[in-house]
Design a protein around this ligand. Structure first.
Ligand code: AVI
Length: 325
């Protein structure tokens, strides 16, 4: 994995650890060669995908974001007390760096490290944050954290990772465990993890959240094809696919697919793939965890629960965990 620290501008520093096109091509070929064709969900997040995701977070059906924000508002002082003042605050999948604003004044970190795969969105958000909080040092890192990563963060200070939005749910169980272990290694003995995790609930509520009436989630799902066309010179016709999302109760996850409406042959970098009518590309899983299920997974990674907060409807959970002695 390459590493370069770039002077993004005077306000922020940027470390680029994301090797882009090669990895993407390999992963796309691998996913489309499986009997159940699939694409990794990280490919949603080009610039347009990040903007569409921001729109999803404001949809009435998508209860996750507003519920998590409600928890951060309500329990912010208690959470800040656990994180401690003046340390290093790292955020995984920072996107627009919106939720961190609810903690910054109370935590007053020495350094804030937003990490995201969507490079330009990361830079724009980090710049906005640095402008709004002139006292804050911001060191952005463009990272694909679905792969092993190391973070060059200089200097001392207690490290806490903030991983909101239930993005852990987009990892399969094995990789989710690997990521939690990585976090434990990166924060060290004194560190901690503040993580938002969507709770298990009735299928109807979940399916509405991933099939919104305005069709923004459909655009977000279909955008993965436009992203692959642009970055890898492929010739998907997104008009030949439909968005589909359903709850798989046995696995405890929402599954998103793109359903081929009409037979379609697609060329990607000299290889060709046939999509038959009715065949799907599996684009995302979004696992839902009970509190006990999540704590068990975290314990396997060497993280011990300190506190957990939920909303009155038990829609969403926020956990603070520290490293086991
Ligand atoms: C980013 N992630 C937690 C979202 C989720 O709910 O799994 C991505 C998403 N997919 C469709 N809508 C939102």
């Amino acid at each position: 994995m390459g590493s370069a620290t770039l002077p993004a501008d005077d306000a922020i520093r940027l470390t680029d650890l994301h090797e882009q096109a090669d990895t993407m091509l390999r992963e796309v070929h691998a996913g489309l060669s499986r009997p159940q064709k699939s694409l990794p969900p990280k490919l949603f997040y080009d610039k347009r995908g990040s903007v569409l995701f921001d729109r999803i977070t404001r949809l009435p059906e998508y209860y996750l974001t507003r519920t998590e924000v409600g928890l951060l508002r309500r329990y912010g002082p208690e959470i800040a007390g656990l994180l401690g003042k003046g340390g290093i605050l790292l955020e995984l999948g920072s996107g627009s760096s919106t939720k961190i604003r609810l903690l910054l004044e109370a935590v007053r970190p020495r350094l804030y490290v937003p990490m995201d795969i969507s490079r330009q969105h990361l830079i724009d958000s980090a710049r906005r944050l640095a402008a709004d909080y002139p006292w804050l040092t911001v060191h952005a890192a463009c990272i694909d954290f679905t792969r092993p990563w190391d973070l060059p963060v200089p200097g001392p200070g207690r490290r806490n990772v903030f991983f909101p939005g239930s993005s852990i749910g987009n990892f399969e169980p094995g990789p989710a465990l690997a990521l939690l272990r990585r976090v434990r290694e990166q924060v060290g003995r004194e560190g901690g993890l503040l993580i938002g995790v969507d709770l298990r609930k009735a299928a109807g509520t979940l399916e509405k959240a991933y099939n919104d009436a305005q069709g923004i989630t459909a655009d977000f799902n279909l955008n993965v094809l436009a992203h692959i066309n642009r970055r890898l010179g492929a010739d998907f016709d997104p008009g030949r696919f439909l968005h589909e999302a359903h709850y798989n109760a046995r696995e405890g996850r929402i599954e998103m697919h793109l359903v081929c409406r009409q037979q379609h042959r697609v060329r990607i970098d000299g290889r060709s793939y046939l999509f038959r009518a009715g065949e799907t590309i599996h684009t995302e899983n979004s696992y839902k965890y009970s509190i006990a299920e999540f704590q068990q997974r975290a314990a396997q990674a060497g993280l011990v629960p300190v506190s957990v907060w939920t909303d009155p409807e038990d829609l969403f959970s926020m956990h603070y965990l520290t490293v086991a002695a």
